[in-house]
Ligand binder design. Structure first.
Ligand code: SF4
Length: 316
């Protein structure tokens, strides 16, 4: 696992074995994937042909899903000990997804368990997971994590559907968090990611209390929580204390560097350079910053611990 504490992401590599989507709920309003798709298409990447088109000057999904090249589909075969986040430019369980592609990916994961790779499959359409399993007779290898997006109270019902899916590990992506979720049923949930909206010109605000509500529930139930980012800079409570002459981002970066020192976090490069000369990556901040009450709150279900527990459970 190569994740660093000030990284916004909880995974090592993206793995886009399919691209293309259509909007389904409030979390999709400023879908970050559409601008990326149009850019990649204009760079001559054939995989992105016809998945989006410009209508009245704005890019929109067409609903077409394209499979990636064999080289991309086989990506986990070139890595070990890596967490792959699948289909950041799509929804794995979109109704137009190709069953055969996912079956191929699951086979790769199953047959290469020795590589200790992990595959994270995230969806806003959990009702299609069971349909996929029934249709194909497939199962999820223990190295495959299944997750749902929960952006508002309406989306809470996705959690109970996920709980019924036969799989070894379930996670929630509470991003973008758009309102106070109230009580969240965390039974059977192994990991929670929380973050504010980051894409689009009209990024919506996330309130401190909404984040704390989830953090408290995760702490109470012992579920690791990864706080990704505030998104809109004004959502970050630090913004209110920005000293004159500094931008919010400069102030947040300064506070994050202090927190890195306080939490004793030095990457190998920074250890050589010294605290004042942080490497480029450690100097970067996530959108809006990611300190929660002055600390990085990035609890991750350590894969080594997870595999150890899992191997004990299955008696290996
Ligand atoms: S599910 Fe994800 S990729 Fe698809 S439209 Fe919504 S935000 Fe975009």
């Amino acid at each position: 696992m190569k994740i660093r504490i000030n990284d916004p992401f909880w995974w090592d590599k993206s793995y886009n074995f399919q691209v293309g989507c259509s909007k389904i709920s409030e979390g999709c309003r400023f879908c970050y994937a559409i601008p990326g798709t149009s850019r990649l298409k204009s760079h001559g990447n054939d995989q992105y042909i016809d998945v989006a088109k410009k209508i009245n000057g704005r890019w929109k999904w067409t609903g077409q899903i394209n499979r990636a090249t064999d080289t991309i589909v086989n990506k986990p075969l070139r890595n070990t000990n890596t967490i792959f986040f699948a289909n950041s430019m799509s929804d794995v369980f979109h109704k137009n997804s190709d069953d055969n592609t996912l079956l191929e990916v699951l086979d790769i994961m199953e047959e290469n368990m020795w590589r200790q790779n992990t595959l994270m499959l995230l969806t806003k359409r959990p009702y299609n997971i069971m349909k996929f399993l029934e249709r194909t007779g497939a199962g999820f290898p223990i190295s495959t994590w299944l997750g749902v997006t929960v952006e508002n109270r309406k989306a809470l019902k996705r959690i109970s559907i996920l709980r019924d899916v036969p799989c070894a590990f379930r996670f929630l992506s509470i991003e973008p968090l758009l309102e106070d979720l109230g009580e969240v049923d965390l039974r059977g949930i192994n990991f929670v990611i929380v973050g504010g909206e980051s894409g689009g010109k009209h990024v919506r605000r996330m309130e401190y209390d909404w984040v704390k509500n989830i953090q408290e529930q995760c702490l109470y139930h012992g579920v690791p929580m990864w706080f990704k980012q505030w998104g809109r800079p004004e959502s970050n409570p630090l913004a209110q204390s920005t000293p004159p002459g500094m931008t919010v981002n400069q102030w947040v970066r300064k506070k994050e560097l202090e927190a890195l020192v306080e939490q004793g976090i030095m990457c190998r490069k920074c250890t050589i350079n010294g605290e004042e000369e942080r490497c480029k990556k450690c100097n970067k901040i996530a959108k809006g910053g990611s300190l929660l009450d002055g600390k990085f709150f990035k609890d991750h279900p350590c894969r080594k611990r997870w595999y150890k527990k899992l191997l004990q459970e299955i008696g290996r």
